[in-house]
Design a protein around this ligand. Structure first.
Ligand code: NAD
Length: 251
């Protein structure tokens, strides 16, 4: 049975063809959800929206680091859909730098898209969700937050994704009285374009050796978790971090 019939969602960074956001959008749409894809390139976002099953999906340009753009796009989608039930803060970038290589502009880029973007897009939708006494926010963190990297991203990426965990939990605490939930997903190594062609075969093998299930995750593995957190199946789950990593963090 469909889990999101009559619901609507905003998913950021979901234009990337093999990405976690796109896989999540596809699965949400299969479950009866109307989806707005927000990404840097409006045409790419609309093209991704056109791939989803069912009608009424939209794709729009939005840079999540731009607070004014977030506010504008949130009210646009609210007006267009009538209501927004779900926000997936998925937009993210990473850089494979060592600690001493992180320049100010690297720090700004990685912290801004991952952490500031998650804050701004959430702030843009929270008044609406609060007023409706209903909402589910799903934030994309990473196993890199929990393990201090170890896959691809540098320390600034780990810091940004760890920041998302703190932000998610604080948001969950503050929004709980209004029945708005916030949870984080911590994906492990998932085959997408964020690392495609950027790992040497040796690096890739080293990463795989650290995964008890012995394989990279697939984007749909993460989408399934996002579906659970977005739907009423998780009605009493808030402030949690869910590992989707093939066992990479068993301890
Ligand atoms: P991806 O590179 O395929 O997709 C990221 C998307 O974010 C792209 O479509 C890009 O255009 C968009 N984006 C970048 N900057 C943006 C901005 N300022 N505003 C709006 N959109 C922007 O990456 P992915 O692997 O699908 O990653 C999705 C999320 O999952 C990211 O937050 C990433 O850090 C996280 N994650 C990925 C993995 C993995 O192994 N793939 C593991 C852990 C966490």
């Amino acid at each position: 049975t469909a889990l999101l019939t009559g619901k609507t969602a905003i998913i950021t960074g979901a234009a990337s063809a093999r990405g976690l956001g796109k896989a999540t959008a596809l699965l949400f749409a299969e479950h009866g959800c109307r989806v707005a894809i927000l990404d840097l390139d409006g045409d790419a976002a609309q093209a991704a929206a056109n791939d989803l099953s069912g009608d009424g999906h939209i794709g729009l340009a939005c840079d999540v680091t731009d607070r004014t753009a977030c506010l504008k796009l949130a009210s646009h989608v609210e007006a267009k859909f009538g209501a927004v039930d779900i926000l997936v803060n998925n937009a993210g970038i990473t850089q494979p730098l060592k600690l001493m290589e992180i320049a100010p502009e690297n720090y700004d880029a990685v912290l801004d898209v991952n952490l500031r973007g998650t804050l701004y897009m959430s702030q843009a939708l929270i008044p609406h969700m609060r007023a409706r006494k209903s909402g589910s926010i799903v934030n994309m963190s990473s196993v890199s937050a929990q393990r201090g990297g170890g896959i691809f991203g540098g320390p600034h990426y780990s810091a940004a994704k760890a920041g998302i965990l703190g932000l998610t939990k604080a948001m969950a605490r503050e929004l709980a009285p209004d029945n708005v939930r916030a949870n984080a997903i911590c994906p492990g190594f998932i085959d997408t374009d964020i690392t495609a062609g950027k790992l040497t075969p040796e690096m890739r093998q080293m990463v795989l050796d650290g995964i008890p299930m012995g394989r990279a995750g697939e984007a749909k593995d993460v989408a399934g978790c996002a579906l659970f957190l977005a739907s009423d199946l998780s009605a009493y789950v808030t402030g949690s971090e869910v590992d989707v990593n093939g066992g990479s963090l068993i301890h």
